[in-house]
Ligand binder design. Structure first.
Ligand SMILES: Cc1cc2nc3c(=O)[nH]c(=O)nc-3n(C[C@H](O)[C@H](O)[C@H](O)COP(=O)(O)OP(=O)(O)OC[C@H]3O[C@@H](n4cnc5c(N)ncnc54)[C@H](O)[C@@H]3O)c2cc1C
Length: 420
């Protein structure tokens, strides 16, 4: 394990930090050209300035940028700087826009419930597999494999790799182009997105790829020219293929083979474990203890909950904070530097107010001699690490709606069981 210095505030300091301490774990240069700034201040400012008016009509607009209606809140939602309940409560405006926006928040919540319940099983197709794909481990996809003379593809790949963000519509275009038209493995495409997206999560990214390509629903989304003309008017005029557009018509629907559905899609017998504790719980060797034998001595922050309103952090104002760059995990993931720069900017801001201990190594080893207070994170990696810790004080995850034990094989099936 390596104890790291406290990062200074600001983008240049965050880039230097990544270059000096995490440079061997990234897939590109230790730079970030992303306009998204990490930290609670930036998250709060983004939420305060978001006006939901026009969202329903414009959320899918791809270009020009000025016509986009998407909130761009996702990097902050992804890392818990903005919780779904807080964002839900914040939006005010025309009813149809508020309803549409909250519907999208529910998609995020659905993705989280699905992942919390199924865990790594979401790495495989949930309902159908395009016939030609194997379900093997995703392979490495380089940016130039996305190369295309079509600006509707290349400009979006460029935006993804430069900024770490795309509107939902552009994500669907790329996923469909990669898998439905070119029959490449959705898992490889998902991995490429995951490396670059500042909001990249296994929960929402896998759901997005599976639903777009038909692996989650039997039915794929066909990307073709008419969507570009509608959602990025004028773009085709600049295209050298304008007269011979190779995506003039919808891609042929690819044959899919049904895969055995995981039984967990139908019901969850251990929904309490899926949800995590509903009140602060003392955990000893992965099991709930009778009482608090000794107090927590540090607040363990995870990448799922890095806000200054993290429940464990707020409940323990006098304890130092601790964050671990999980070296074995990062070595496997090889994320883009911009994702780590975003995290370092966020951590630097936390360190300006509280003592922050920053490590690189294995979280379980680093936390072995501590009793951390931590906010439950509904992801399998958190649960497996927590189960290896001698003791912890676990705070509830701020669900938008509590996970239920019923069917979740589709958004509508899931929604029938929720209380919102
Ligand atoms: C192929 C593909 C991959 C995706 N990968 C991710 C990912 O890794 N992480 C991620 O958070 N979202 C992912 N999405 C969902 C969606 O595209 C993004 O959440 C959204 O574009 C983020 O921009 P925004 O904050 O401006 O969204 P807005 O439209 O303003 O929506 C507000 C919030 O609602 C949630 N949301 C909106 N649409 C969706 C959706 N379709 N599914 C789940 N949540 C949604 C997000 O939290 C988002 O921040 C993916 C979608 C597709 C089609």
């Amino acid at each position: 394990m390596t104890l790291l210095p406290t990062p200074e505030l600001g983008r240049p300091a965050a880039e230097s930090f990544v270059a000096d301490h995490l440079g061997h774990l990234i897939c590109d240069e230790p730079l970030s050209r992303s306009p998204f700034e990490g930290g609670q201040t930036a998250a709060d400012a983004a939420l305060a300035s978001f006006d939901v008016t026009g969202y329903a009509a414009d959320r899918n607009q791809v270009s020009p940028n000025s016509a986009r209606g998407a909130s761009r809140l996702s990097p902050y939602i992804r890392h818990g700087l903005l919780t779904l309940p807080a964002v839900w409560a914040h939006v005010e405006g025309p009813q149809k826009d508020v309803t549409k926006f909250r519907d999208e928040l529910m998609w995020q919540e659905y993705a989280r419930h699905l992942y919390a319940r199924l865990g790594s099983r979401t790495a495989s197709a949930l309902r159908a597999q395009p016939a030609q794909h194997s379900v093997s481990q995703p392979s490495d996809v380089a940016a130039d494999q996305w190369h295309s003379a079509l600006p509707c593809v290349s400009l979006n790949v460029e935006e993804l790799t430069e900024t770490g963000w795309l509107v939902n519509q552009a994500r669907m275009w790329l996923a469909s182009h990669w898998t439905v038209r070119h029959q490449r493995s959705w898992a490889d495409g998902e991995e490429f997105f995951f490396r670059h997206l500042l909001d990249g999560s296994r929960a929402a990214n896998r759901l997005g790829w599976q639903w777009t390509t038909g692996a989650g629903s039997h039915k794929s989304y066909g990307f073709s020219r008419w969507q570009v003309e509608k959602r990025a008017p004028g773009l085709c005029d600049s295209c050298s293929w304008e007269q011979r557009c190779p995506i003039a018509s919808k891609p042929r629907e690819q044959p899919v083979v049904a895969v055995p559905k995981p039984a967990l899609l139908a019901s969850d017998r251990t929904v309490d474990q899926t949800s995590g504790p509903s009140s602060v719980a003392a955990v000893t060797y992965g099991k709930a203890a009778d009482g608090h034998d000794r107090g927590a001595d540090v607040v363990w922050l995870t990448a799922e909950s890095l806000g200054s309103r993290d429940p464990a952090l707020v409940a323990n104002p006098d304890l130092p904070l601790l964050f671990v760059f999980d070296e074995p995990l990062l070595r496997r993931l090889r994320l883009s530097a911009k994702r780590l720069v975003f995290l370092v900017e966020t951590l630097a801001e936390l360190a300006a107010d509280r003592e922050l201990q920053l490590y690189r190594g294995s979280p379980v080893e680093i936390l072995a001699d501590t009793k951390p207070a931590v906010t439950f994170a509904p992801v399998p990696g958190f649960r497996s690490r927590l189960a290896k810790l001698p003791e912890a004080e676990v705070h509830p995850w701020p669900w938008l709606t509590e996970p239920h034990s019923g069917a979740i094989q589709s958004f509508s099936a899931w929604r029938r069981g929720v209380d919102r």
